[in-house]
Design a protein around this ligand. Structure first.
Ligand code: GLY
Length: 226
């Protein structure tokens, strides 16, 4: 509703990793029906919130403030509050995709949390974590790593962790689980030889892409959770 609905990115999972096969293909229309959310379990609905946090962290500081102000109502699934948040997340995503439909540049910031997150999902055979839960854990792991590398302000990592927790999402990645999942990071489609293109949040609502060596990323992740 808030992420995959916009921008036509389609993907299939492959035994070697998540979404490794796919194409950009725009739908002829998108229907966003908040009533659908009431058909989901609380866990599924909460899982979807991770993508809103991702969009806020990378692209919309005022949406991040709104998520923090209304976290309790959002976590309860109050439709009036969710309607405003969902709209703002979609609008923020449209602004990015409109300028970079095929992910030649900026759109890649929307992969925040998805390098480690996809690895956790694949390692758990897509049964341990729902997608949003893995994205929340991956976001914290990646923010903590880029903070160790001096690229992300440390208070932002704490802010993201507190917000995920208030929304009912997992916020404490397990070092052992990340270590066990790391082979999937190495086969991520964003890898370029020995480096990987990773979103770096430089301040609330702003991000850029950095190419970091896989070794540096690994060291930074493990140092952050040592
Ligand atoms: N889900 C991230 C994107 O559409 O680019």
């Amino acid at each position: 509703m808030v992420d995959a609905s916009v921008g036509g990115k389609t993907g299939f999972d492959h035994p070697t990793g998540k979404n490794l096969l796919g194409a950009f293909h725009q739908p002829s229309g998108v229907v966003v029906d908040l009533a659908h959310l009431s058909t989901l379990s609380a866990r599924e609905r909460t899982s979807g919130l991770a993508e809103i946090v991702k969009i806020a962290l990378t692209s919309d500081a005022s949406l991040l403030d709104a998520l923090e102000s209304d976290a309790a109502s959002i976590a309860r699934g109050e439709t009036r509050v969710l309607a405003a948040i969902v709209r703002r997340a979609i609008e923020a995503k449209v602004r990015i995709v409109r300028d970079d439909e095929r992910e030649k540049g900026l759109r890649a910031i929307l992969n925040l949390g998805h390098t480690v997150g996809h690895a956790l999902e694949a390692h758990g055979n897509y049964r341990t974590h729902l997608h949003g839960e893995a994205v929340a854990l991956g976001t914290i792991a990646e923010l903590a790593a880029t903070s160790r590398l001096g690229l992300t302000p440390a208070p932002l990592v704490d802010r993201a962790r507190a917000l995920f927790a208030r929304l009912g999402l997992p916020s404490n990645p397990s070092r052992a689980e990340i270590a066990a999942s790391w082979s999937f990071v190495a086969s991520d489609k964003k890898r370029v030889m020995t480096r990987i293109r990773i979103p770096v949040v430089t301040k609330p609502g702003e991000a850029r892409i950095e190419q970091i060596s896989l070794d540096s990323l690994r060291e930074a992740v493990f140092a952050a959770f040592g």
